[in-house]
Design a protein around this ligand. Structure first.
Ligand SMILES: C[S@@+](CC[C@H](N)C(=O)[O-])C[C@H]1O[C@@H](n2cnc3c(N)ncnc32)[C@H](O)[C@@H]1O
Length: 213
């Protein structure tokens, strides 16, 4: 994934902080038809989750930040969830809208005030690993802000190779996840999915986290 612009550098953080967080750079990737992350369908662990239908997963309002082409958003909408997708790249917004999904064109790190406390779920999939490491606290704050009390952040967190510091996607370990999300979220489930797409096997974790009060 080449985002094509100079990286943002946050001098107060460690060296795992090179990145890019502007819509134009992501849009350029779509325009160049280079969205290598797009697997063309909902992520296999999400499909398995919807089939398994655990007791905690009941249709409700769901926000899908960094929705890309909207495959995951469409799968959960088809399963009865009231889905709002979000992306700041216009082409991602268009591709998701074409699937009949309600989409907000916005930077997730600054979610519109109207979305405050609006959702039962936030669904993550290769958005967190796209956020510059220094902005991870802003992702966590945004997820907290849009969730209802007791709401769940569920998703697939990608890239478990801490030795590789370049991104996006940025390196991410289980320790990084705990550092980023606790204590704002209580981690209820953290596991390697039984089935992942292609080369993602072993390189993603499924998490279920509840926002703390
Ligand atoms: C690696 S892609 C993943 C897309 C989709 N979730 C998937 O798995 O196919 C990351 C997506 O997040 C979007 N994105 C990155 N940072 C964002 C931000 N701060 N706010 C909204 N969208 C963002 C990008 O435009 C891109 O569509």
């Amino acid at each position: 994934m080449n985002v094509g612009r100079p990286p943002i550098y946050c001098a107060s953080m460690s060296d795992r902080i090179l990145g890019n967080n502007d819509a134009a750079s992501w849009e350029a990737i779509y325009q160049a038809d280079d969205a290598g992350w797009d697997i063309g369908a909902a992520a296999p662990p999400f499909c398995d989750l919807l089939v398994a239908a655990p007791a905690w997963l009941r249709p409700g309002r769901m926000l899908v930040p960094g929705c890309g082409a909207g495959h995951d958003a469409a799968a959960f909408a088809a399963a009865g969830f009231a889905v709002t997708a979000m992306d700041f790249a216009p082409t991602a917004v268009r591709l998701t809208r074409e699937k009949g999904i309600h989409v907000v064109e916005s930077n997730f790190l600054q979610p519109p005030a109207a979305l405050t406390g609006a959702f039962d779920y936030v669904l993550e999939h290769t958005c967190f690993c796209a956020i510059p490491v220094c902005d991870r606290p802003r992702y966590v704050a945004a997820a907290r802000r849009v969730l209802k009390p007791g709401g769940l952040l569920i998703g697939l967190f990608y890239r478990f190779d801490p030795a590789d510091v370049n991104g996006p996607p940025f390196a991410l370990s289980e320790e990084d996840l705990r550092t980023a999300f606790e204590p704002e979220f209580e981690i209820l489930e953290l596991q390697s999915p039984a089935r992942s797409h292609g080369k993602r096997q072993g390189r993603e974790r499924f998490l279920r986290m509840r926002v703390t009060t």
